[in-house]
Design a protein around this ligand. Structure first.
Ligand SMILES: Cc1ncc(COP(=O)(O)O)c(C=O)c1O
Length: 320
């Protein structure tokens, strides 16, 4: 399904018509994948539309660029505000937001340092990422033959365009073989993550998730799930997980802005537990949706788009 067009896209400081939001074909980003981006969700709550962990997303965007020596020419506050304004100007409530900073048009050398860093923010309506009914029934996944990158190659803590070539290999292989998603191992053979989601499994009532050293993106939803799970009294083990733990798991699920909390019902054609979303998964999913959809936000994770004091100082936000 094509992206659902709205009126305006924010480009380098101003809103332009959707169809005019273009870059030159010789922009550095097109040739070398030099972009830094975020995926963020805004939810329609009973108290009005609210963006989930906006400050953490903006902070991760700035750090992703910084790792690549790119300074986004807008401040944390300006980006934060521009995201809210883009939702408002398009009169969106439930939506997905895609800020992307990228190396623009100048030289076409591998060296990006001369190319300008530009910033664009789009927002549009978007539904369930892993398919209709995925949240309720769960999805079928496989272990990918592709690995996540090693720590000293492409940094996985940065959310960068180029890294998604690896994600595309994982995703295409899974889809071609009839699965909804693939799980990539890290370079040492420990469990990593999906092509665009973090992974959790439950075994004997303990929740396990790969560590941030296992070639994964340090997901903002992952951190939220860990916080909610701890508050519900669960023990969480965060570290190296062997592949066989996928086959021993009682429950398994993906987390991510796009996937939210999506149960996994089988891996490599073996049922996870009894092949149905499990009790812990459902409890965490319900607690997560209670925050984002009902606005029962004891954590302060929601930014209401009509709120006044909505900008949190960057130093108070914990993105890592
Ligand atoms: C590779 C990868 N892992 C994990 C995630 C989940 O991260 P988050 O919860 O911050 O959306 C994403 C989504 O952005 C991703 O692309």
């Amino acid at each position: 399904m094509a992206v659902k067009k709205v009126e305006k896209i924010w480009m380098n400081g101003k809103h332009v018509d959707w169809d005019d939001a273009k870059v030159h074909i010789l922009s550095h980003v097109i040739h070398y994948g030099s972009s830094f981006f975020e995926g963020i969700r805004c939810y329609k709550t009973p108290h009005g539309p609210a963006v989930f962990r906006l400050g953490d997303h903006v902070k991760r965007l700035i750090y992703s660029a910084k790792i690549f020596r790119a300074e986004i020419p807008f401040s944390y506050e300006q980006i934060f505000d521009a995201i809210i304004d883009t939702i408002k100007i398009n009169e969106l409530e439930n939506c997905y937001i895609r800020p992307i900073a990228y190396r623009g048009y100048d030289d076409l050398n591998v060296n990006p340092l001369k190319n300008p860093v530009e910033l664009t923010i789009a927002a549009y309506e978007w539904g369930s990422y892993l398919g209709q009914g995925a949240h309720e029934s769960g999805i079928d996944v496989c272990v990918s033959s592709w690995r996540r990158s090693t720590p000293d190659t492409t940094p996985t803590m940065a959310k960068i365009g180029g890294a998604y070539m690896n994600s595309q290999l994982i995703k295409m292989e899974a889809i071609t073989n009839g699965f909804a998603e693939g799980i990539a191992l890290d370079v040492n053979g420990y469990v990593g993550e999906g092509s665009g989601e973090n992974l959790f499994l439950v075994h004997d009532n303990i929740i396990y998730t790969p560590g941030i050293h296992n070639g994964i993106l340090s997901g903002i939803t992952r951190k939220s799930v860990m916080r909610i799970a701890r508050d519900l009294g669960y023990e969480i083990v965060d570290g190296n997980l062997m592949r066989e733990m996928l086959y021993m798991a009682d429950e398994m699920f993906f987390s991510g802005t796009a996937a939210e909390i999506t149960p996994i019902r089988s891996v490599d054609k073996m049922n996870v537990g009894n092949g149905m979303p499990g009790r812990v998964t459902k409890e965490l999913q319900a607690a997560f949706f209670d925050v984002v959809k009902q606005g029962n936000d004891k954590y302060g994770w929601l930014t209401y788009i009509d709120g006044k004091d909505r900008i949190l100082p960057m130093k108070n936000i914990n993105a890592v």
